[in-house]
Design a protein around this ligand. Structure first.
Ligand SMILES: C=C(O[C@@H]1C=C(C(=O)O)C=C[C@H]1O)C(=O)O
Length: 406
């Protein structure tokens, strides 16, 4: 018997223990699993597709059934995969500090049967990291290679091949296969309250963990559409956010992203939008410049705006460059690793009338015996290559700190 939207049953365990049971269950049953915490929310969402998820050729948001989508940077080796919301559960964390306690309650929102709930609750297996396949991304990017790539990018900008490009790197750290995934997730929720904290697992996509500061699209059916231009990075200092200053380089770098979004609106002749910012926002130990764009989809009479904009926006100039085609060409030729799902996007679709997709940043892929962290930095004519390398190091630390304490 299917039981939807009703709080069916509550089990008393820590949130961490609940998460680890779900993760081990998903692996054992070859199911697809998405665990996420929306920005500034005190609830964790768990979504499981017992079929293991479906490959999608072309993404049409309006065709998808309620679930979760995982989209790579470029479709090729890595494919778009959708997870159907076959099982939905919610964990309320202690609202005072987002901390997990002995009394974190798991509410089943949807499940195919009581047997499945029991099976998950009774799972005592450990997640087996040995079963994760190693990718082709074995070698960390060398600082010297990254710096050369940035300098080449600056030369291309000077020759007006493009105005901005976002080269990325990978950093591999060896692991003993003893990562406590549930604990890492809860720690990321505590440390990054305004991030989209996510952990996804399927045999099609692998195991990914992230804490993204960036919305790609937020689409509330019949109400609003939102997107954001996020760029420019500096380490948080003693100064208050109000006192933070930005250089011309960072202001320009972020303005490209805003301009790119406005150009997308222009392509579909949409003039009626609110633009808020740029404002300084904090993402962990980093600061960024952010402009929010909001459209009332009801008043502009454009119900499919989210779907249309998604196709136009990805990959934005925050993760690729401007113009898109020539920056993408540079990235494909110069980067030695495969970005996989890094700088792609992911998030819930059509759940409670909301589709909220985030750019997959500040993330890592977990393998047997190692973890690969990904980070990029926006390059403009005034970039200093060493500084950009340091920026990618700081970005990798967002999660390496959670997983390895470094
Ligand atoms: C590419 C990343 O981040 C993006 C690039 C930024 C920049 O270049 O300053 C800032 C925020 C993100 O839009 C990343 O985190 O890896």
């Amino acid at each position: 018997m299917e039981k939807e939207t009703q709080d069916i049953k509550q089990t008393q365990l820590t949130a961490e223990a609940h998460l680890n049971k779900f993760i081990a269950f998903a692996q054992k049953n070859k199911a697809a699993l998405a665990i996420y915490r929306l920005p500034n929310d005190s609830k964790l969402q768990l979504l499981c597709d017992l079929s293991g998820g479906n490959y999608i050729e072309e993404l049409n948001l309006e065709d998808l059934s309620p679930g979760f989508i995982v989209h790579p940077f470029q479709t090729g080796i890595d494919k778009i995969v959708s997870f159907d919301a076959e099982i939905l559960a919610e964990i309320s964390l202690n609202p005072a500090n987002g901390a997990s306690s002995k009394r974190d309650v798991l509410d089943w929102k949807k499940s195919p049967s009581e047997e499945i709930e029991k099976e998950i609750e009774n799972t005592n297996l450990q997640f087996d990291f040995n079963l994760l396949e190693n990718s082709s991304n074995h070698d960390s990017t060398l600082a010297s290679d990254y710096i050369d790539m940035v300098e080449k990018g600056i030369q291309f900008i000077k020759r007006e091949e493009f105005y901005k490009v976002v080269p990325s790197k990978i950093k591999n750290i060896e692991s003993n296969n003893d990562i406590n995934l549930g604990q890492a997730f809860i720690n990321a929720c505590k440390k990054y309250p305004n991030a989209f904290v996510n952990l996804t697992y399927s045999s099609k996509t692998g195991l990914w963990f992230g804490a993204s500061p960036e919305t790609l699209i937020e689409d509330k059916k019949g109400e609003y559409f939102k997107t954001m231009a996020l760029a420019g990075t500096q380490a948080k200092s003693e100064k208050s956010i109000a006192e933070t200053t930005w250089t011309q380089k960072e202001i320009e770098e972020q303005a490209y992203v805003s301009r790119y979004i406005i150009n997308c609106f222009k392509k579909i002749r949409l003039r009626d939008f609110d633009e808020i910012g740029p404002k300084t926002i904090q993402a962990g130990n980093l600061l960024h410049l952010k402009t929010t764009f909001k459209v009332n989809t009801e008043s502009v009479n454009f119900p499919e705006l989210g779907s249309v904009m998604l196709k136009l926006l990805h990959p934005t100039s925050a993760v690729c460059g401007m113009p898109k085609e020539s920056a993408l060409d540079f990235i494909s030729k110069e980067e030695k690793h495969n970005r996989g799902y890094f700088s792609g996007f992911m998030g819930p679709v059509h759940l409670n009338n909301l589709s909220h997709l985030f750019v997959n940043l500040r993330c890592c892929q977990i393998y047997n015996q190692s973890v690969t962290f990904y980070a990029g930095a926006g390059i403009t004519e005034d970039s200093k290559a060493e500084k950009e390398w340091e920026e990618t190091e700081m970005k990798c630390k967002v999660l390496s700190n959670i997983i390895f304490g470094i």
